[in-house]
Design a protein around this ligand. Structure first.
Ligand SMILES: Cc1cc2nc3c(=O)[nH]c(=O)nc-3n(C[C@H](O)[C@H](O)[C@H](O)COP(=O)(O)O)c2cc1C
Length: 212
């Protein structure tokens, strides 16, 4: 059996104060993201995306943040995947960045919507040819009988797109999560962590401190 109860770590690296955070959660996020990059965290743009179905069944998986600005957080995926079906049923989602090397997490709640075809195309064109063809090959989240099926589909697609540009599949593109809440969490000693919450109120962001 695993001995988990004796696993214990004090968080002491930093602190977070409502008087020193930026008035904009986007500016604060950019600052934290750059610090995660500088700390050489592996794939700091990995975020957990939580969705739920019309039957209120939750689901969660990692996706990569690919566009970030004041409009929101964009990831790319297959528009027929399970996550896409769940977003269709309930556009309210949650995101989580976990940067444990910095004893930090950022939690986001917001509504999710498809980005424009132009925006998806612009990103798709920047992907490697292998990834572009990969998008065509995989019917994401469907059951397949074997790995071999993927290899066969890949060979077929490679032949199909032997020359010229690989077009953007109509079943593939981006989603933007537009935050209504963003929480910055900094680990502190004795589990008395700092939690600063931004809540959108009209055009401005209210800043509050949450109990750990
Ligand atoms: C680090 C990491 C990054 C990932 N990035 C993406 C991504 O950007 N888009 C994507 O569709 N799946 C990504 N995946 C795979 C998803 O976690 C998931 O397996 C897949 O999207 C199917 O999810 P669904 O069945 O809930 O739709 C990533 C997985 C990991 C571990």
């Amino acid at each position: 059996m695993l001995n988990l109860q004796d696993m214990r770590r004090e968080y002491k690296q930093s602190e977070l104060d409502e008087s020193s955070v930026d008035a904009s959660p986007f500016v604060e996020f950019e600052k934290w993201f750059k610090e995660a990059q500088n700390a050489q965290i592996l794939e700091p743009n990995t975020m957990l995306l939580a969705t739920s179905s019309a039957q209120n069944i939750p689901n969660i998986r990692a996706v990569l943040l690919k566009i970030f600005d004041e409009k929101g957080f964009v990831f790319f995926t297959n528009y027929n995947s399970d996550k896409a079906k769940e977003i269709e049923q309930n556009p309210n989602v949650a995101l989580e960045f976990l940067w444990l090397d910095l004893e930090r997490q950022v939690r986001i709640i917001g509504a999710c919507e498809k980005i424009s075809h132009t925006e998806s195309l612009s990103y798709f064109m920047k992907r490697s040819r292998g990834s572009q063809i990969g998008a065509w090959v995989s019917e994401q989240s469907t059951i397949i009988s074997s790995r071999k099926l993927l290899s066969i589909a890949l060979e077929k697609m490679k032949e199909k797109f032997e020359s010229g540009k690989v077009p953007l599949p109509d079943f593939w593109g981006g989603y933007r999560v537009k935050p209504s809440k963003m929480e910055f969490w900094q680990g502190r000693e004795s589990r008395l962590h700092d939690r600063i919450l931004y809540t959108k109120e009209g055009n401005r962001w209210k800043i509050s401190r949450l109990a750990p």
